[in-house]
Design a protein. Structure first.
Length: 211
């Protein structure tokens, strides 16, 4: 991934420990649809220091939107491998984050359309804890984050308005940053988390798109 400039790195450093989060889901409503993938890129002192990813089993009775399943290619990618139960995935996500970033300070959430991903992660945590109340401390990924977040979709508003990018989508911003997704390639949570980092670096280096 791109090494940020000194100015961008300083901005990221001031955020404290941060995690770029992306999800793939079976639809748009966390009450009806499942979290299928979780990807996280860990940022410390302004630099990417680690990544983590898991495919997650859909909860029983979860619905699927055909368009979402085509976009993420979930069925094809897990034909030969088994995604893990949500409880196991959340436990590992918490462990990985605490090992890399520690737990003495809340993490900053970075993402593209943060409210969407927050809702699905929160819903998955709530569902796991409802089934196993004793898992709360080990699985409550949401409690690791503070209330501060950085949303690259919101940051993309200005370059979109001035015509530097054709839309605020992740694909559009990442392409402007030089990270074009190959045609027909399915979305994955870790790939999109990495591309969100590239988009963030490009957006924060605003002189490049303002020129």
């Amino acid at each position: 991934m791109t090494d940020p400039s000194a100015e961008v790195r300083e901005f990221l450093r001031r955020l404290g420990p941060a995690v770029i989060v992306d999800t793939e889901t079976s639809g748009r409503d966390p009450e009806r649809h499942a979290l299928l993938e979780l990807g996280m890129v860990f940022v410390r002192d302004g630099l990417v220091v680690a990544e983590w990813f898991a495919g997650i089993e859909a909860w029983e009775g979860a619905e699927e939107e055909p368009e979402a399943m085509v976009v993420n290619g979930y069925r094809d990618r897990y034909r030969l491998g088994t995604p893990m139960p949500a409880e196991g995935a959340l436990r590992l996500a918490v462990q990985a984050g605490r090992q890399v970033l520690g737990s003495d300070r809340p993490w900053t959430w970075i993402g593209h359309n943060v409210p969407f991903d927050r809702r699905f992660v929160a819903s998955s945590v709530a569902r796991v804890v409802a089934n196993n109340p004793g898992a709360r401390e080990a699985c409550d990924l949401m409690s690791c984050f503070g209330y501060r977040d950085v949303d690259t979709m919101a940051l993309a508003t200005v370059p979109y308005v001035v015509g530097a990018i054709p839309s605020r989508s992740l694909d559009a911003v990442a392409a402007a940053a030089g990270k074009t997704r190959p045609a027909g390639q399915p979305h994955t949570a870790i790939d999109d988390a990495e591309r969100t980092f590239e988009a963030l670096v490009w957006l924060l280096g605003g002189l490049r798109w303002a020129a």
